[in-house]
Design a protein around this ligand. Sequence first.
Ligand SMILES: [Zn+2]
Length: 187
Amino acid sequence: MMSKWETYDDFMYEHLSLTHDICKRCITVNQEAVSNLAFDLWNHAKEFATRSHTTLVFDCCYIVGNATGNKVSVPLLQNISADVFDGRRIKAMATYENKDRWFLSPKGKEVIMHILQGNETLYHDVVSRWMDDESIDITGEVSEHWCEPCGVRNVSGQHRLDIMDEIVKPILMCPTCMKWEWDEQGV
Ligand SMILES: [Zn+2]
């Protein structure tokens, strides 16, 4: 079988570069560290995930981005892939021919939880919209801060573990897209 890459290092470098390129376009908080973690997750997940290597990079940027207070959406990643791959729109977190979603499998959960320092709440925030018993807690006080993509007010009052700083910090959650960001005023 012919390979696109001369060496394993070339193969790894191409996917590392792609990860950095994507994160540069959608990660605003801790971009460098998020990018490295996303690549770390890809490196583990590529051993078993039912995804192409390229598509899996987008999944990993989505997962680590949203677990670190970056509101990365599937449509945003589709636009980024169209920019990077000449119009090709890659849908993150999708399935291929009704295969099980790798990130919901026991093995998938294990590697994601490892990246997220064992924090189940962060895992749940990211993947629960693809679970049958979808339930994201959006309780809190209506804040003065708006979710930019949605144009609605975020709610405040919840907290999440910041895996970069290893401290628990207040968040602002959007009742429409169910994503959250760090509440800098609440610190
Ligand atoms: Zn929103």
